[in-house]
Each structure stands twice: as C-alpha cells, then as structure tokens.
Design a protein around this ligand. Structure first.
Ligand SMILES: Nc1ncnc2c1ncn2[C@@H]1O[C@H](COP(=O)(O)OP(=O)(O)OP(=O)(O)O)[C@@H](O)[C@H]1O
Length: 580
C-alpha cells in the first residue's frame, strides 16, 4: 500500500488560470488557431482544427487526436510538415467518433486518411468507429497505433502511447509531404513505433482544471517511476536518485528494450519530453545527463532535443524517448515544417562533445563557485575566515532576502567570497593584499548587483589599507564609489546605508564604534522601502525586514575591522542575532 504523503501537497488549494465559463479543451484550441494565423482553421461543430495550406504533393491526410491536457499535442502539430487535422477531447478523455469522422472527412485526400492513435481504450474505440464510418463513405483509412510506453510493458491492454507520439507525427508529417501512399505511410509509422520506446517519471502529480488538489500523492524525496500522461500514478515508487543515476537507469532500460534495433540502426535519437511542470533549465539538464548516459553506453546519439510536447497538464516530470534511427528518418525528423509547435531538431556534428559543460566546471572555466574551488590558492587565516563566515551566513541571508528580495543575496556573497581564494596571495598575506584579493574576487568573478558593488567598496578599502590611511577613509571612498556606480543614496535600503553610517560616525578608524554605527545603519533599513535592487519591486512588503545586502556589508566590515586588530566581539554577536 502507498505510504501517506508527508509533504501534504494535496491539502493545499490548487490555484488555476482556467476560464470557468469555457471548455478547457476547446478554448485552448481557439488560442492555438490564433497562433497559427491563417495556416490552420478551427471548426466548431464538431470541434477540430485542420491545415489550410497542406503540401500540394500530399495524397494522404494525417489525422490524430486524443484527450486534452497534453498540449501542444496534437492541435499544435497541425500544418505543413505535420498533421492535416487534430481532434481534441475533453481533459484526458478521448474525442468522440463523430469529431474524428467529420475531421477526417474534411481533410481526406485522394489516397485516403491515416489515423495516428495513442494506445488507450477510449481512443482506439472512437478512432475505430470513425474508420468504419469513413469506409462506409468510400474513404480509405488506415491506422498507426503508438504504444511506446515502457512503463506499461507488461499490461494486458498493451503499452500506452506517450511522448513517442510527437516523434511519430513529426516523421509522418515530413514523409507525407512528398506523396507516399497510405500503405507506405502506415508501414513507416509502424516501423518508427517499433523502434521507439519511452519511459516517464514524476515528482509531483498534475492538477486538473477545476480540481482543488493534486491528482495523486508523491512523498517528498520520492519519484513515480513509469508514470503515464493521465491521472494514474505509476506502478513503482522509488527514492529519488541523483539525476545521473536516474538517467542511467532509464537509459539502460530503454536500450535493453531496443537492443536489437539499436545494433543495426544509423544511431539514436534522444527526446526529453517535459510533462508540463518542469523548468526549461531542468529539462536541458536532464537532456545533457541522458545524452551522457547514452554516450557512456556506446550509443551514437545523432539527434538530441527536449521540450514540452506531450504534456500531462502541469505534472512535474519528464519522459525519455529513445529511437533507433535509420538515415531516411533522420531527414524526416530534421525536416522544416510550418506548425505552431512540432519540434525542430537538428543533426549533431560528429565531434559534438556532450561533456563540454562538465569540463568547463572541472577546469575552472565556469563562473562563481566552481571556478573558485578549482583555482583556489593558499590563503591567510584571516581570508579563510572571511570566506567561511560568508559561507556560514549564506542560508540566513538568503532567507532574509526571500522575504525582501529575490532570495539569493547570501548565495551571491558566499560564492563571491569563495571566488576570492583564486586571487589569494598566500598564507602570509597582509590585510591590504587580502582586501585586494577580495576586491578582485567580487569584482571580476561575480555577476548580479551585490558582487560588483561590494567589490567596488572593498577596492576602496584595500587602497586605503595599502596607502596606510585609516580604513574609515576607505569606507568614505567606498560610499562615494558605490553611489557613483549604483546610484543609491542613504535611505534607499542598500549597502550605502551601512557605508554612510560608518563614514559619518565620527570614528577615526574602523573600530568597534565604527562597526556599531554600521550595524545601526543596516538595522535602520528595516524601516525603509527599497529604492534599488530586486527588492524595489516589492514596495512596502519589505518593511520590518532589514536589507540583507546591508547586513552582509556590516558583517564584511566587522570582519575587516577584526583583521585590522579591532575587538568587535560584541558587535559580531549583535550581527549574529540579526542574521539568524
Ligand atoms: N544600486 C545599488 N546600490 C547599492 N547597493 C545595492 C544596489 N542594488 C542592490 N544593492 C544591494 O545589493 C543587495 C542585493 O541586491 P539584488 O538582490 O538586487 O542583487 P543580486 O541578487 O546580488 O543580483 P541580481 O541583480 O542578479 O539580482 C541588496 O540587498 C542591496 O543591499
């Protein structure tokens, strides 16, 4: 029995942006028709979309359809180089046979109609009835049944049709444009299906239009393995492995299922399909990891792409589709098309190196954290303490920034501090050299706003340390430099409030009194609404929370004061209470 969810996703009301006065399925069809301009037409009774400018050589019409909730499939795949018509049902419900029949009859060509059907009982029934009605009218009709889902290999009703359908429709769409017969297209479609397998996982179920809870529970840290694109959960629940372990397992099962085909293939196609709830960045990571797993297993990956094509509403999951290619299919997969949403994959160059991204990380060619750890040099005790203290404050500053900004100030400062180690001048470096290293790390290796602005400030303080003038003079220069570049004035809820407080404190050196003034400056920002940075978009919501950048600057100045020999223990304690 499934364990009760402890992440309680289902208890929360589900926010949704569906119109309550329109069918989710048909309203979406209008939007797809609008996006296609005049290349597809929308029919209302019954509902379907059809291509208005099919290739003149096409002699067989391609018709597909199925329940809504999988957008952009199938309506987004209608147009030249794709389907002739798409017939949507309601959410996760097959279209009715009259829709399929009328759509097919409307687009039928001299060579007949080819139905592309995902293997689900309702879809099969309705497409089969429509085919009989077409035959009765003398319209020749054949069917390609897509059953690529390895997650249902052992079921009595056969494998389900999932993301592989996108690929089958892309290949048949390109092939049909040059005029092959119905029998030839069916043979091609069946061959692509036989050489294609997919496997899906999800870490969160979808929410249906109008529902107030997720469709099923997935405990935090677990994955549904072999999940479908409808409401049902998978047969297996697994502990979430690393991305590399997960893709290796999935790739190995897909390879095993296609072992014979792969042996004689012209390489493989990898397609990562988002189920609707993953970030594009996440899908790209999955694609890179699966591609690596395939290359590691000796598979010649000729085409690799990812995107949301066969979705399951907003399910947080993905499927991997593997196809054992032949040369003819490569051309079809990469052929141009005029549809709103079919993929446009490209052939990989022979020398493509899928590990290039990892190499950059390991060789220190990337940015931020990786670079610093790769190129770190020996540093003084004080510089190491500086880096560690900012690393230690990372989570607390991020949390404060979550309330009053974009949640990453702690991470940005910790990464910037770590980057200074690549510029360290050795274990015996004096404070002036260390401050210089810090300035370089923050200025040269850190993007965003806080990194360079902090760097600018440290550069001025380093110059003061080097010339032997008071560090408070350096802080005054820092305040001027930060305002010059960033435009913030005191009262804008930024690091300027700290620098100004120290600069105008009357302290002659960076001592306990100066640091206390700086902390006052940081604390005073809790009564300010923001004039600069990401928090400026939050209006009065930030009131009551101090500016995390200002707290970070107060902390950095306290560390510098310590490095210069001041006793600021009490001030550090006060800061620790504020940054907690
Ligand atoms: N114009 C500015 N002048 C002085 N300090 C600033 C300015 N803008 C932002 N800051 C300081 O930097 C901190 C972080 O700001 P913000 O969150 O905008 O940048 P970030 O997260 O470092 O980078 P990004 O610009 O990518 O978001 C703020 O808390 C504030 O103290």
């Amino acid at each position: 029995m499934r364990a009760p969810a402890h992440n309680n996703h289902r208890r929360f009301p589900v926010p949704a942006f569906y119109s309550e006065s329109a069918s989710p399925s048909f309203y979406a069809l209008t939007a797809i028709a609008a996006a296609a301009g005049d290349s597809i037409a929308l029919s209302r009774d019954p509902y379907f979309v059809s291509a208005t400018k099919p290739a003149p050589e096409r002699t067989v019409a391609l018709v597909s359809g199925g329940g809504a909730g999988h957008e952009p499939m199938h309506a987004g795949f209608v147009g030249r180089g794709g389907l002739d018509a798409a017939v949507p049902g309601e959410v996760f419900t097959s279209p009715h046979s009259r829709q399929i029949f009328e759509a097919s009859r409307a687009v039928a060509k001299s060579g007949g109609v080819l139905h592309i059907v995902k293997n689900y009982t309702g879809d099969c029934i309705n497409f089969n009835i429509a085919a009989e009605r077409l035959a009765a009218e003398g319209i020749e009709c054949a069917q390609v049944l897509v059953d690529d889902d390895l997650g249902t290999d052992a079921g009595a009703v056969g494998r389900r049709g999932i993301a592989g359908t996108t690929l089958v429709e892309k290949v048949l769409g390109a092939a049909a444009d040059s005029g092959p017969s119905l029998a030839e297209l069916k043979e091609l479609g069946d061959a692509v299906v036989a050489a294609t397998r997919s496997l899906s996982v999800a870490r969160r179920a979808h929410t249906s239009p109008g529902a107030d809870q997720l469709a099923f529970d997935v405990n935090a840290g677990e994955l549904e393995y072999g999940v479908g694109i409808h409401g049902e959960s998978a047969k297996e629940t697994i502990e979430q492995p690393t991305l590399e372990e997960l893709t290796q397992r999935m790739v190995s099962e897909l390879r095993e299922a296609l072992a014979e085909k792969l042996e004689t293939s012209a390489g493989a196609l990898l397609f990562v399909n988002g189920l609707g709830g993953l970030a594009p960045l996440e899908l790209l990571h999955i694609q890179a990891a699966a591609h690596e797993a395939l290359v590691d297993a000796g598979v010649n990956v000729r085409i690799a792409f990812s995107g949301n094509y066969t979705t399951a509403l907003d399910m947080a999951g993905f499927s991997l589709t593997l196809t054992a290619l032949n040369e003819e299919w490569v051309e079809y997969v990469c052929a141009p098309h005029d549809t709103v949403a079919l993929p446009s994959p490209r052939l990989l160059p022979d020398d493509f190196d899928v590990r290039a991204g990892r190499k950059a990380e390991n060789a220190g060619e990337g940015n931020g954290e990786h670079e610093a750890s790769a190129g770190a040099k020996q540093a003084s005790e004080w510089l190491n303490r500086f880096v560690e203290t900012l690393a230690h404050s990372r989570a607390a500053l991020d949390e404060i920034d979550q309330k009053a900004g974009d949640g990453d100030v702690g991470t940005n400062l910790a990464n910037a501090a770590k980057a200074t180690l690549a510029h360290a001048s050795g274990a015996d470096a004096d404070l002036a050299s260390d401050l210089n290293s810090i300035a370089e790390g923050f200025l040269n290796d850190t993007g965003g706003s806080s990194g360079p602005l902090f760097g600018l400030a440290f550069q001025e303080i380093a110059a003061a340390a080097k010339s032997g003038t008071s560090l408070v003079e350096g802080v005054k220069e820092a305040r001027a430099a930060v305002t010059r570049v960033g435009g913030a004035e005191p009262g804008d809820r930024t690091i300027v409030d700290v620098l100004e407080a120290v600069a105008s404190s009357g302290a002659e050196d960076l001592d306990a009194a100066a640091i206390a003034a700086g902390i006052d400056g940081a604390e005073s920002t809790k009564d300010m609404s923001s004039g600069r940075g990401r928090s400026s978009y939050l209006g009065d919501r930030v009131l009551g929370t101090p500016d995390p950048g200002a707290l970070g600057m107060a902390l950095a100045l306290a560390l510098i004061a310590e490095g210069a020999g001041a006793n600021v223990e009490a001030e550090r304690e006060r800061l620790a209470a504020l940054i907690s």
